[in-house]
Structure formats: structure tokens, C-alpha cells
Design a protein around this ligand. Structure first.
Ligand SMILES: Cc1ncc(COP(=O)(O)O)c(C=O)c1O
Length: 367
């Protein structure tokens, strides 16, 4: 079979051996550094890939939303889930309690009120929930500051019935703002050090901290260089994408997921139109130094300059190209995770050319 001929477009093609290589390489790194692997599932939302990660030695999975966790636990991917997201409101807490009946669950908290709500619900249900304090090491999203702020919340959480303070976590996604690998490594090490300093401060106060968890694909090989990090939660690494390979360690050949698209119009020498627009490519901006809505494997200098819902407009810098109507191209998305969430299935292509359909079972689980 030839997937470029056999599959209808636009669709998402995953090269199975590349995914396996990406998973194996990160698993080996974690093993060599004595760090537990808990890969984030939001990237692929797919049981087949979650199972590949578990088979490679992951201790459990990370999910953002309860819906993701429900889908993947029910599919038998793992029975140990970290919800790296704040669980707020009675509807969510009710689902959390049910999930705790079929999996070991831990939850991120970064405020005393949300911890209190979890504590009351778990205590009333006769359950104990593991909680992990989310720290802000530079991304300025959720999370409280290292040091005193975390210490204050840790002391309060440690005293709450129905909860067990298991550790601290951060998502050091801000490392990606770096302009070169050295700068990135510096941000990563600083984030890792802030985690370890705070963990030690809590331990000195007699608060046991078992888990010190970090997670981001760009920071994977720097944040974890600090001694004492116990867990890593990369997600994007399963596929990699246009945002990740700009520093050279990872090249386009390692990007396992590609959008297959067809040229549907060549209205002028400097312009081509593909059948993939914002409803396929997603709208994340390109990383610094790159242009457009994705990287075209067959024409790296061409730019997907504009999109409407179902059209992508490619511009050719030289004003010409041999690409013709009917040609099929492969695009590496700027940010693979939202791209996956737009489709129902992945087409997994093996080295022998055979194609399997993998359902994106947690697609759309934003609640
Ligand atoms: C809390 C958390 N952990 C881990 C990750 C994984 O990061 P990456 O997608 O860079 O691998 C993310 C990504 O958004 C995240 O939000």
C-alpha cells in the first residue's frame, strides 16, 4: 500500500516506527537518569500510543482533563493517572470521585479553596486523594511561586483530611521562548533548581515530598539535569512538531505526525491552494524564526501564508513551484496537539506500508 495514494485527504498520518523511536528514546533517557516517566496524553489522546508509552516503562499517564483520563483509563491504557489540572466545582469533583474507584488518581492544586473542596468531598466519601502542588517556574499560567508561597499552601494541604500531599509539579513550557539551545537549557535548569530548592525547604519543615515532577518536551533534557527530579511528563515528544525542531537536536525526519493534504488549485505561479485550512491545521502561530501555518516537507521554503476554514494558501518565495493540482504533500503542524484534537482518527503507517486506523478516543474531551 502507498498511503499517499490510498488515503483521502486531508488526514493525519503517523509513521509508527518514528513514534516508537521517539517513545523509546525518551524512555531510555528517563531510565538512565533514574526518573519516572508519566507522559502527557493530550498530544495523541489515543489508546494505541498510550499503551506504547506504558510498554516502554511509563509508571502512569498525565492528563489535563477528567474526560481524557476517563477515556484512556476505560480503554485500559493505565490505571494510574495524574490530572495536571485544577479540579474545580461539584460536577468535576463528583466525576473525580468515580474515577478514583477505577484508577489511582492524583490532582494538581494551587490554591487553598480548591484543596478544601477536594478535602471535604474525599473525606465525606471516605477516600484519600493524592494532591500535588503546582508551581509557577516561569510560564506564568497556573501555579504558585516556589519558596514561601508553596510552603504556606503545603502546610495547609498537609493538614487537610481526605488529602495526602504527594509532591510538587511544574510545567516549564516557558523554556520554549529561548532563542537558542543554550538559553533554553538555562531556563530548564533554573526551573529544575527552583523545584528542588522548594522540595528541600518543605522536607526541612518535616513535610514529606515524594514526587518532584517536571514536564515539557523542549525542557526534557535540561530541567531533568538537576539532581532530585523524580518524574517527567513530556507529551509532544511522541510526535514532535514544527515548534520543537527549530534548535536542531530534532529534525523534521523525527516528526512522526504529518497532515496529508492535496493541492486543489494553482491559480497563479506564486500561489497554490491546499484542502487543509484552519479546521485541519489548527491556528497555533509558528515558532520564532519560522513563518506560516506549518512546515511543508516537500517544499520547506514555501509558506502556508493564509488559511480560511477549508483552504490553505501556499506562497512560493521564488514565485514558482512544480507542485501541481492533484499532488499530495505532507505538512508538519506548528503545534501537533490541537491538530490531533480536530480529527477522529490517525492513520498509522508501518514501515512495510500497511495502514492501521487508530481512533483518537479522547478527542474533544475538554471537560
Ligand atoms: C501540565 C503539563 N505537563 C506536561 C506538558 C507536556 O509538555 P509538552 O507538550 O511540551 O511535551 C504540558 C503541556 O501542555 C502540560 O500542560
Amino acid at each position: 500500500m502507498n498511503y499517499r495514494v490510498d488515503l483521502d485527504t486531508p488526514c493525519l498520518v503517523v509513521h509508527t516506527s518514528r513514534v516508537q523511536q521517539n517513545i523509546d528514546e525518551m524512555a531510555a533517557y528517563a531510565r538512565e537518569h533514574g526518573i519516572a516517566m508519566r507522559p502527557h496524553q493530550k498530544t495523541h489522546k489515543c489508546a494505541e500510543i498510550g499503551k506504547m508509552q506504558m510498554d516502554a516503562g511509563a509508571i502512569g499517564i498525565t492528563c489535563a482533563k477528567i474526560g481524557e483520563a476517563e477515556a484512556l483509563v476505560d480503554a485500559g491504557v493505565a490505571n494510574d493517572v495524574f490530572l495536571a489540572y485544577q479540579i474545580v466545582g461539584p460536577k468535576k469533583i463528583a466525576r473525580l470521585l468515580k474515577l478514583m474507584d477505577r484508577a489511582t488518581v492524583s490532582v494538581a492544586v494551587d490554591g487553598v479553596e480548591m484543596a478544601q473542596s477536594l478535602s471535604e468531598a474525599c473525606h465525606a466519601a471516605g477516600k484519600t486523594l493524592d494532591v500535588i502542588i503546582e508551581m509557577n517556574t516561569g510560564l506564568n499560567r497556573a501555579g504558585i511561586l516556589p519558596g514561601e508561597e508553596t510552603e504556606r499552601l503545603a502546610e495547609e494541604v498537609a493538614a487537610m483530611p481526605g488529602l495526602r500531599l504527594k509532591g510538587i509539579m511544574t510545567h516549564e513550557g516557558h523554556v520554549a521562548k529561548a532563542l537558542d539551545q543554550n538559553e533554553l537549557d538555562g531556563y530548564g535548569v533554573d526551573a529544575g533548581q527552583a523545584m528542588i530548592d522548594t522540595a528541600n525547604r518543605l522536607r526541612d519543615k518535616g513535610i514529606p515530598i515524594e514526587v518532584v515532577s517536571v514536564g515539557s518536551t523542549p525542557g526534557s533534557f535540561s530541567t531533568t539535569q538537576v539532581d532530585g527530579i523524580t518524574e517527567m511528563r513530556p507529551g509532544t515528544y511522541a510526535f514532535y512538531d514544527n515548534a520543537i525542531f527549530r534548535f536542531g537536536r530534532i529534525g523534521p525526519e523525527r516528526c512522526a505526525l504529518r497532515i496529508l493534504a492535496t493541492i486543489v488549485s494553482r491559480p497563479s505561479p506564486d500561489r497554490a491552494v491546499i484542502d487543509a485550512g484552519s479546521k485541519t491545521l489548527a491556528m497555533d502561530p509558528p515558532p520564532p524564526g519560522r513563518k506560516g501555518h506549518g512546515y511543508i516537507v516537500e517544499a520547506p521554503d514555501a509558506v502556508i501564508a493564509r488559511v480560511s476554514e477549508e483552504h490553505g494558501v501556499i506562497e512560493f518565495p521564488e514565485g514558482n513551484s512544480t507542485l501541481a493540482v492533484g499532488d499530495v504533500i505532507e505538512i508538519i503542524p506548528n503545534h501537533v496537539c490541537p491538530t490531533v484534537n480536530l480529527q477522529d482518527e490517525l492513520f498509522a503507517v508501518a514501515d512495510d506500508g500497511s495502514i492501521e486506523t487508530w481512533k483518537i478516543i479522547a478527542r474533544g474531551t475538554v471537560r
